[in-house]
Design a protein around this ligand. Structure first.
Ligand code: SF4
Length: 362
């Protein structure tokens, strides 16, 4: 049974140059049509065991107050057992009224797209908020009673330096937040950067920025609990941990993905089709071997790793004998730790997860 629900709102007021998500420029009429279809999509799913909800985008906070109320009202019947309810916010589109509305409908966590603190770098990626707007958004959320706040940091942006990353971290940690997600810029072919032929940052600069962020955030007590996610103890994202634990989740909305009943699906990316009610998900059936590998891949992203008894029960296998050779080599090399049946990647192992996973491929 799915424990998590992702809802995609694809509307943005401007398009960031690195973005290749399913998104379109915000338009009031299209949003209204979208919300009507979204309700049918939502109501057609089995959401009886949902514990976490994540409204992502796009820019959900770009919707008007009325549109947000329509959205939250359609979700409300499914919030009975929900313990974490998150919405993505672009700082410049949040108002106190929107924050209060979010809180009134049970939203208790916000993920703010900040990315960097320097105006010239925000211009490079075509984002337009100021640090003051980020601070105002954080304060408005707290005032509304939403105290669980995450900020995004991006590194590897063209012309960005190590000093810029450090400065952004200084600014981020000066706000009252308890979670940080970091993203290395990738140049996607369908993004504006990709079309303009931009090159990614050199690998060693990218790695230095990543390590700087890890050391800096750890030193502030915002500890890495997943490859790219950091939190004050107890504030780790429950929703994302459903993905990383390889449990089932429902995806609703344009190009949203889900995993249920040994299948992964991704809804259509075509907005016209979606608005016509044709969700046409692409479905991939997952073999037992696929699932065993994906279970390991996802769970090892988390610093806490996983209990191998959970693997054994789920797949009716014996993990230790299946992977005896792989395990002994990776443990000997200091990349994996095995303690009381709990397997986890070491700090170095988290940095070399691709290498580890290659060994588990059969
Ligand atoms: S990165 Fe987010 S805010 Fe920017 S265009 Fe993409 S979906 Fe919209």
């Amino acid at each position: 049974m799915a424990r998590a629900l992702y809802i995609h709102i694809p509307f943005c007021n401007a398009i960031c140059y690195y973005c290749d998500f399913a998104r379109v420029i915000n338009n009031a009429d299209t949003v209204d049509q979208y919300l009507a279809v979204l309700k049918n999509d939502l109501d057609s799913r089995d959401l009886s065991h949902i514990e976490t909800i994540y409204i992502g985008g796009g820019t959900p906070s770009a919707l008007t107050l009325n549109q947000l109320e329509v959205l939250f009202t359609m979700i409300k019947p499914y919030t009975k057992n929900v313990i974490e309810y998150t919405i993505e916010i672009n700082p410049e589109s949040l108002t106190s009224e929107k924050a209060e509305l979010m809180s009134a409908y049970g939203i208790n966590r916000a993920s703010l797209g900040m990315q960097v603190s320097q105006a010239h770098l925000l211009k490079v990626i075509n984002r337009s908020h100021t640090n003051e707007e980020v601070e105002a958004a954080v304060n408005a959320l707290h005032a509304a009673g939403i105290n669980n706040i995450s900020l995004d940091l991006m590194y590897g942006i063209p012309t960005q330096t190590l000093e810029d990353v450090k400065e952004s971290l200084d600014v981020i940690t000066s706000f009252k937040i308890n979670h940080v997600s970091i993203y290395g810029l990738t140049i996607e072919p369908d993004s504006v950067f990709g079309k303009l032929g931009y090159k990614p940052a050199p690998d060693d600069l990218d790695a230095d920025m990543y390590e700087l962020a890890i050391d800096y955030l750890n030193s502030k007590g915002i500890k890495r609990y997943e490859i790219a996610n950091f939190a004050i103890s107890g504030k780790e994202s429950l929703h994302n941990q459903v993905y990383w634990s390889y449990d089932d989740f429902v995806g609703v909305g344009l190009h949203a993905s889900g995993k249920e009943n040994n299948q992964r699906y991704t809804n259509t990316r075509n907005l016209k089709d979606y608005l016509a009610g044709d969700i046409s998900p692409q479905v991939i059936k997952l073999s037992k071997e696929d699932q065993m590998f994906e279970f390991i891949m996802m769970n090892l992203r988390m610093k806490k790793g996983f209990d191998i008894k959970r693997f054994n029960q789920r797949f009716d296998e014996d993990f230790n004998s299946l992977y005896a050779d792989v395990l002994s080599g990776l443990i000997r090399d200091g990349l994996l730790n095995l303690e009381d049946d709990n397997l986890s990647a070491s700090d170095n192992g988290l940095n070399l997860l691709f290498y580890i996973l290659e060994k588990f491929m059969r």
